[in-house]
Design a protein around this ligand. Structure first.
Ligand SMILES: NC(=O)c1ccc[n+]([C@@H]2O[C@H](COP(=O)([O-])OP(=O)(O)OC[C@H]3O[C@@H](n4cnc5c(N)ncnc54)[C@H](OP(=O)(O)O)[C@@H]3O)[C@@H](O)[C@H]2O)c1
Length: 233
């Protein structure tokens, strides 16, 4: 479908919308006249985004905190209404420099899973009832090539991304008959603060601009192209 037609006035919630891929998605959606809410923890970055893009609704919160989920969803509902597209872009790499799995603290593994798997699970569950009522909705989990490749030092992050891929597949299998579709998308290696934290000596010229990945993701959704559930773009 034509992107302009699909996205105009669509209500979209993006976790991690103040940086990298999430921000690129938010800016492109704002330009397409979607109604966008973004979630992040750092107030200053949220305020800057909202000042420069006054139509974007900024929500401060931490997706890894169980007790934050319902306040986030309630604030989103009161400021934007029912969400039609939910994009989970926020993510935690684990302690850097990245370390071998055997040297990973259990508490750090726990935080990675809270941010990258349980947070999206809880937030999805909290937004789902409104989607189910309308029998319509799209949920996108941002994955990684680390979900399918066993890279040394990327243990906890990789495990979380493999889990989110399968979470997407199972949700999709269970809910597609009711009009709710799930996608797990590996956006490629992008020039973002997260990539710099993971691999500080990478050559930025060899990394993709997150705007390129954002544009492909928005086109996929507008095309209603939901098979396979997990893909690399
Ligand atoms: N960059 C790459 O090369 C690459 C490759 C493959 C996959 N990915 C995936 O792509 C997605 C986006 O990555 P990126 O590189 O664009 O990241 P990024 O530039 O570091 O941005 C991360 C965003 O998430 C927010 N965030 C982090 N933890 C949060 C939390 N607990 N609650 C709410 N918001 C939180 C950050 O804001 P605050 O810190 O203010 O909360 C920020 O807005 C991630 O899922 C990542 O795993 C990235």
């Amino acid at each position: 479908m034509n992107q302009t037609t699909y996205w105009k006035n669509k209500k979209v919630f993006i976790t991690g919308g103040t940086s990298g891929l999430g921000k690129a998605l938010a800016l492109q959606l704002d330009a397409l006249e979607a109604q966008v809410a973004v979630l992040a923890r750092t107030e200053k970055n949220l305020k800057t985004l909202a000042q420069n893009h006054p139509r974007i609704v900024e929500i401060q919160g931490d997706v890894s905190q169980k007790e934050s989920i319902y306040p986030i969803v309630a604030e989103t509902h009161s400021r934007l209404g029912d969400i039609e597209v939910l994009i989970h872009a926020a993510s935690y790499l684990g302690a850097t420099p990245l370390r071998l799995l055997v040297d990973t603290e259990c508490e750090d593994m726990e935080q990675v899973l809270q941010t990258n798997v349980l947070g999206p699970f809880r937030l999805t569950k909290a937004f789902l009832p409104a989607m189910l009522l309308k029998q319509r909705g799209v949920v996108v989990n941002i994955s990684s090539d680390a979900a399918v490749n066993a890279y040394e030092h990327w243990g906890s992050y990789s495990i979380s991304k493999a889990a989110i891929d399968h979470q997407s597949r199972i949700f999709d299998e269970e809910l597609k008959a009711q009009g709710i579709r799930f996608q797990s998308i590996d956006p490629g290696d992008m020039n973002t603060p997260m990539h710099f934290a993971a691999i500080p000596d990478a050559n930025p010229d060899e990394l993709r601009d997150p705007a390129e990945s954002a544009s492909k993701i928005l086109q996929l959704i507008a095309n209603q192209d939901f098979t396979p559930v997990r893909r690399a773009i």
